[in-house]
Design a binder for this molecule. Structure first.
Ligand SMILES: Cc1cc2nc3c(=O)[nH]c(=O)nc-3n(C[C@H](O)[C@H](O)[C@H](O)COP(=O)(O)OP(=O)(O)OC[C@H]3O[C@@H](n4cnc5c(N)ncnc54)[C@H](O)[C@@H]3O)c2cc1C
Length: 318
């Protein structure tokens, strides 16, 4: 949504961040889907792709009609992508890709994958239509978090691509790392959205849940005790540092947000642990705020999953 042209919204950074914040307040998986689509897959094509790549993919991806994924991480190389084993070798004018990517958001629903592979000329990015012979994606099931987003393994077995499939605008790790930096900004804001939601759910619970005939909030609550500067609602819009895509700020904000997520969960011991999850397909986004206002304390029927504080996974790149 922050990219220009090709039907993209061209928003400024703060608007993009606030949209990520609101999406992650609904579910971290929803923000993850959008970050990977816009800041990883579309950004890679927008920043490093040929005019042909941009014309072919960006308009459809901007509307969501086409979904993209970003294949960098491998089973043995996550934090250190420089060690990647996926390889692209020349075969005449074509490229042939072989390798495996793991933990790829949107992988098995994607129309196009931006895949990073080792070549004779450093690491390069490739635009891979997922219908290409030899490409397959296996969805990872039984996840304990980010369950509202799709996470997959990508397998590339002699995937033959035309010479023009390579992203011409970048070589080396600067390519994928540039995309990760682009995504980091939305992730910082997203973490604050998850924290805000946790705080709202916990506060709501504390003021309506009666324990020993009084609302929980009438007692001193260790679970929510924290310093004012840790409050995720504190002036994030006015903080000049928030414009910087600095790792330190990212990690600081994420740490604060995770603290609030954990505090919120502490306050809802029983309600925070059921397996059912407010996944987007089961609980339309529109109805979540309404659902959250409902109070269900029964443990015999289906739990009101809307009471479960948002669980933010801050380690994934999208
Ligand atoms: C839900 C989800 C979605 C994801 N989506 C994508 C995607 O769309 N595309 C994609 O390419 N990847 C994706 N990833 C992968 C993600 O980028 C990796 O999980 C991440 O890079 C970490 O790699 P790893 O899991 O191999 O952990 P490891 O590299 O094994 O690291 C394990 C731990 O060690 C720490 N660590 C690593 N190096 C050091 C060091 N030098 N000093 C101290 N500590 C260190 C790490 O911070 C981490 O806590 C996703 C992951 C998740 C969980």
């Amino acid at each position: 949504m922050h990219l220009d042209g090709y039907g993209c919204a061209g928003t400024n950074a703060v608007s993009y961040g606030l949209a990520c914040l609101e999406m992650e307040a609904v579910d971290s998986g929803l923000r993850s889907l959008v970050s990977v689509q816009g800041s990883l897959a579309m950004f890679a094509i927008h920043a490093y792709g040929s005019d042909e790549h941009k014309d072919e993919w960006l308009p459809g991806m901007a509307t969501g009609a086409q979904i993209g994924c970003f294949g960098l991480t491998e089973p043995d190389f996550g934090s250190n992508p420089a060690g990647m084993r996926t390889v692209a070798r020349r075969d005449g004018d074509d490229w042939v890709l072989n390798g495996t990517k793991l933990w790829i958001t949107n992988g098995s629903i994607a129309d196009v994958a931006v895949v990073w592979a080792r070549t004779d000329d450093r690491i390069r990015g490739f635009v891979v239509p997922t219908e290409t012979k030899g490409f397959s994606a296996n969805e990872i099931h039984q996840k304990l978090s980010l369950r509202a987003s799709v996470t997959s393994e990508l397998v590339l077995e002699d995937v033959c691509l035309p010479g023009r499939a390579v992203l011409p605008g970048v070589a080396g790790l600067a390519g994928p790392l540039g995309c990760l930096n682009e995504a980091r900004f939305g992730i910082i804001f997203g973490a604050l959205g998850a924290a805000r939601d946790s705080l709202a759910v916990a506060t709501d619970y504390a003021t309506t849940r009666k324990v020993f005939d009084k609302p929980l909030a009438a007692y001193q609550l260790d679970e929510l005790r924290t310093s004012p500067e840790d409050d995720p609602r504190t002036n994030y819009q006015d903080d000049p540092r928030i414009d910087s895509q600095d790792d330190l700020i990212s990690s600081l904000q994420a740490r604060r947000a995770r603290g609030w997520d954990a505090s919120g969960r502490d306050l809802l011991p029983g309600h925070a642990i059921p397996a059912p999850h407010p996944a987007v397909p089961r609980t339309p986004i529109r109805s979540q705020a309404t659902a959250r206002r409902r109070r269900t304390t029964s443990i015999s029927g289906a739990p009101d999953v809307s009471l479960i504080p948002n669980v933010s996974s801050l380690s994934n790149p999208g």
